[in-house]
Design a binder for this molecule. Structure first.
Ligand code: FAD
Ligand code: MLT
Ligand code: ZN
Length: 475
């Protein structure tokens, strides 16, 4: 099915003036030089364009923007931290960008109810800090946390490094404030743990990637702050051994296993080669590694960590392990993990996958998908890493050494078909946590259940009849 692209709309000076009047001159960006930062993204895969970026400071301003856009059929692209990895936040057709970054206030922090109501432009790291200052934990954690925003996290239903213990973004929210395409404001900022009064409306907007409404605030769940944290980098022979070690860890530490990240040796090579200040976390190289973190609000975990690792060694699962001896040491482990996405760039073209399969199938999936890729393109370097604990693997492929980067990237869809074909054999997903955005919209139409697609399109037509919210994304 070839893509039906939205028709670009040239804004008249009068219309630009009307939008500017809503946010004020200072918060309307029209200089192409300043607009550049909003229309290119992390991986430089997409170069969008826009005549106007609006930076509203309040929900009423967002409401007025949507009302005017709806009346004048002006397409909008909501944007938070611009760290999305599927082109969902990029104005591919000259849309007006609505940047929520200015709206970053805490509206309410209620440690007794374990909730924090914050605005959608709040950077995730700051949400974590506000929770910590109230002696609580907001557990969502991902490599982009220094710039991604709560609104973007909810809109992409972000996963990250702690999903195996705390779930994904959707599991961490109990209420939302959303501005609809016609400017109406849905106030569902409930702090109630139980509230069975009709349809679960706020959940419609989580994972909708800005196509059904603009999230302006959220009631986040808070958790007890960890008192004990133990982190280890572990060398192993295979993903099969890593999976068995996960079983041992869960048997010994149950819910205290909060991160279990799988990393192949080639990633250590890339990170040490390209990351300034990134050192090999272990004295010798291993075929595979796990970065495991245990946390608990109550007990100390050092004995538990020792037990897991000695059982792992006795059962031949663990070749070696290094336990972090300080906060700085632990941070160095996570600095390496957070650098992984950047470490692939200097190696040339990298074709990305964000897939999930049942946790138990990960080792077999990795074997089959790796064999399929090398058959399809001899010399291609398979770089699979990620959240083994929840079955989400970033099965990225770096170009063969010496290959032409553009020609390699030109095989993106064909390579996707090879990898996603194996994913389908395991009943997996073509998008575990990054969303569909612009990148996977066509493919979604082929793989998603037809009735589900129809419902999604009916919902889109009902909530955004003029198609002004993030057109060309998701559906
Ligand atoms: P943006 O990129 O600004 O927007 C993303 C989508 O949300 C777009 O469709 C946009 O239209 C929509 N949107 C943004 N704000 C709103 C709003 N207020 N209302 C409605 N729609 C909105 N993702 C993971 O899930 N797990 C990871 O581990 C992970 N690691 C990453 C590591 C790196 C180094 C990088 C660069 C990215 C990573 N990501 C990861 C991807 C990205 O950080 C997430 O998708 C994140 O949730 C995007 O947040 P953002 O604020 O940057 O959103
Ligand atoms: C990560 O887990 O590092 C990201 O989701 C994957 C990526 O950035 O490629
Ligand atoms: Zn990830």
């Amino acid at each position: 099915m070839n893509r039906i692209e939205p028709t670009p709309k040239r804004l008249t000076p009068d219309l630009i003036g009307r939008f500017k009047a809503i946010v004020g001159e200072k918060y309307a960006v029209t200089d192409p030089h300043d607009i550049a930062a909003y229309v290119t993204e992390e991986r430089m895969l997409y170069h969008g364009h826009s005549q106007l970026v609006l930076r509203p400071g309040s929900t009423p301003e967002v409401s007025a923007i949507c009302k005017l856009a709806n009346e004048t059929q002006t397409p909008l692209v909501p944007q938070g931290g611009n760290t999305g990895l599927v082109g969902g936040q990029t104005p591919h057709h000259g849309e007006v960008v609505v940047s929520l970054r200015r709206m970053d206030r805490v509206r309410d922090l209620d440690p007794q109810s374990n909730t924090m109501t914050c605005e959608s432009g709040m950077v995730l790291l700051n949400a974590q800090k506000h929770a910590s200052e109230a002696d609580r934990l907001f557990p969502l954690s991902l490599g982009a946390e220094g710039s991604c925003t709560i609104g973007g996290n909810l809109s992409t239903n972000a996963g990250g490094n702690t999903a195996l213990a705390y779930g994904v973004a959707r599991d961490l929210v109990i209420g939302l404030e959303v501005v609809l395409a016609d400017g109406r404001v849905l106030n569902a900022l409930s702090k109630l743990k139980k509230d069975n009064t009709g349809y679960n409306l706020h959940n419609l907007f989580i994972g909708a990637e800005g196509t059904l409404g603009i999230i302006t605030a959220a009631v986040l769940k808070l958790f007890p702050k960890p008192r004990a944290v133990e982190t280890a980098f572990i060398g192993l022979k295979s993903p099969k051994d890593a999976l068995a070690l996960l079983g041992v860890a869960r048997a010994e530490a149950s819910g205290a296993v909060t991160s279990f990240e799988l990393v192949p040796e080639i990633v250590i090579e890339f990170c040490v080669r390209h990351g300034s200040g990134i050192r090999d976390p272990m004295p010798t190289r291993h075929p595979w590694y796990v970065l495991m973190e245990l946390t608990s609000p109550a007990a100390s975990l050092s004995e538990t960590m020792e037990t897991i690792l000695s059982r792992g060694m006795e059962e031949g699962l663990v070749e070696d392990a290094v336990i972090a001896t300080s906060l700085q040491h632990r941070r160095s482990f996570w600095d390496l993990r957070d650098f992984v996405t950047h470490s692939q760039k200097p190696e040339g073209g990298s074709i990305k996958h964000d897939v999930s399969v049942p946790v138990a199938s990960v080792p077999e999936f990795l074997d089959k998908a790796s064999a399929a890729v090398v058959r399809f393109m001899p010399g291609a370097r398979v770089v699979p890493f990620g959240h083994l604990g929840d079955g989400n693997i970033h099965f990225n492929i770096s170009q063969p050494i010496g290959a032409d980067k553009e020609a390699f990237l030109g095989s993106w869809r064909a390579m996707n078909d090879v990898v996603h074909g194996v994913v389908a054999e395991f009943g997996g997903s073509i998008s575990a946590e990054h969303g569909i955005g612009y990148m996977k919209r066509d493919e979604l139409a082929h793989v998603k259940d037809p009735v589900a697609l129809q419902l999604m399109r009916q919902l889109k037509a009902t909530l955004d009849p003029n198609g002004i919210l993030n057109p060309g994304k998701v559906v």
